[in-house]
Design a protein around this ligand. Sequence first.
Ligand code: DLZ
Ligand code: SF4
Length: 524
Amino acid sequence: MTVLVPILGDQLSHALASLQGCAKNDTIVLMMEVAEEATHVRHHKAKIALIFSAMRHFAAELRADGWQVDYIGLDDPENSNSFTGEVIRAAQRHAPRLIRVVEPGDWRVEQAMLDWQTFTPCPVEILPDSRFLCSRDEFAGWAAGRKELRMEFFYREMRRRTGLLMDGKDPVGGKWNYDAENRSGPPPGLKGPPLPSFAPDGITAEVIDLVEAHFADHFGALDRFNWPVTAGEAELAASAFLAERLPTFGQWQDAMVRGQDFLFHAVLSPAINLGLLDPIDLCRRAEAEYRAGRAPLAAVEGFIRQLIGWREYIRGVYWLEMPGLAEDNFLEANRPLPDFYWTGQTDMACLADCVRTTRDNAYAHHIQRLMVLGNFALLAGIKPQEVADWFLVVYADAFDWAELPNVAGMALFADGGRLASKPYAASGAYIDRMSTYCGSCRYKVKLKTGPDACPFNSLYWHFLDRNAAKLSRNMRLANPYATWRRMDESKRAEYLASAEAFLQQLQPADAGWSRQHQEERSPC
Ligand code: DLZ
Ligand code: SF4
């Protein structure tokens, strides 16, 4: 009797804990393409193609390495189209003595996995995901007794634990965080080097056809598909980033340039989240670039902070706060998601460009996500669950554990400030400073109110005014609230009327675009 090892679409690592200690001749790896995962929210076409292609390539590598792989394709006539259904069928086929699986990234999938034992006579062993630096239990220990969970303090512990950018007990350069040096707006003509190209091979081409056939009405384009789908390709992408873009990554990491979709960003998050790259290895190589004098400290520290700071912290928060986090709505925001999040049809040039790159690439960088798309949703009071579903659908790197705390906590303050010390609310001036968008916009960023004024300007004050009971005691918002209170009554009324007029004309999205929203995120 064999061991059955199910491997999910974001567990494509040869060092996966469930494979360790298993004998190749006594193990059956189970991989499953299931419609449930592609449609519980209707994922971007390129994201589905990426995951299926990466899964098929990974299965081929495992076979070449001597593993037996039972691969269930989407078109398999017997496919039950859910993880649970496929594990039950595989258990009947192989009668294993043990099912050994690594904990999933989604709370929803874990709920299903916890039930597998009731369907199978053999034991089901669920292992911690050792690809993360900080286990779920360790994070819970760190968080215990803290009223606020600040990333910065967690990050310092991860720096100490890994020794990354440390000189003995002290951070290299004397400071832990060089973010203040990483906030330059774009000079005219700013352009990043081209990303390496990964032309679809036969497997990817087949998967693209499959996705067009099965998920034709999902959001997103497939014609620019350029994601690395194997660890080898991901390694090429990583080497190109370290050599060509890391030195300038920090300086321009918050800049937004219309039509320049990648600038100096790593664009490695889909490969990392699928398991094709090891984040700690990337950090060590980035540090080596600094130590060799090829990349500045601020850029390297910023990159490392994303991986051992934010990424680990966000995952810890997710498991600590689920399932409540998915339902949080501290600011009682209940407006439906506007249709331009799907169509890109809006006169706001910043939002139109961010939706365009999202549709074309299943990618937008963090400031486009947080300070344009997220900021608008925050200011306009869009329902957090609709915003979270949108982010989960549209980005190739978006898995629930990574997306939900970022959207509900960081972007929308839906958790009431457990994660962020204040809402990331900004008016048009911020977007103007950090982007090239405003020059080509039909709205005028310098105008504060009226039909031609940048909508972010009046929405900013509308947001503060309507949430005053919940936010005005936040020390970090003391200045804007003081400004608002000092403002002329008639000026305040103008701001509020402008914002109301703008909000009135927003068209809600056609319900067909996203999942018919379930009251609860039910297990599959
Ligand atoms: C996102 C996704 C999609 C679209 N399809 C599959 C699939 O068919 N098979 C699979 O194993 N994984 C898929 N995934 C990724 C899973 O949703 C992901 O592994 C879980 O969300 C993690 O809990
Ligand atoms: Fe966006 Fe306002 Fe600038 Fe237009 S003017 S691009 S809406 S920030």
